[in-house]
Design a protein around this ligand. Sequence first.
Ligand code: ZN
Ligand code: ZN
Ligand code: ZN
Length: 88
Amino acid sequence: MESTCSHIEAIEEVKHPAKHVCQECIRMGAQWVHLRTCQSCGVTLCCDSSPPRHASAHARAASHPVIASAEPGERWLYCFHDDAFAEY
Ligand SMILES: [Zn+2]
Ligand SMILES: [Zn+2]
Ligand SMILES: [Zn+2]
């Protein structure tokens, strides 16, 4: 990985979703578009294309900057804090 941030560089093993759902969307009856997995705590939440934007809300609220795509076939990490992106 090149030209990423210290948060992404600190990740040695990518966390994958336990369940392919956004638990917050289920709770509020919302529909998600794509899913992202927090690399700090492993929670899987919806992306910024989903109206509730649970993953970015979680990243800000919990100071967990890095997410991985939870979509099948997508292998990338994103840091909200630094707006940094890396494929793995
Ligand atoms: Zn970062
Ligand atoms: Zn959601
Ligand atoms: Zn988290």
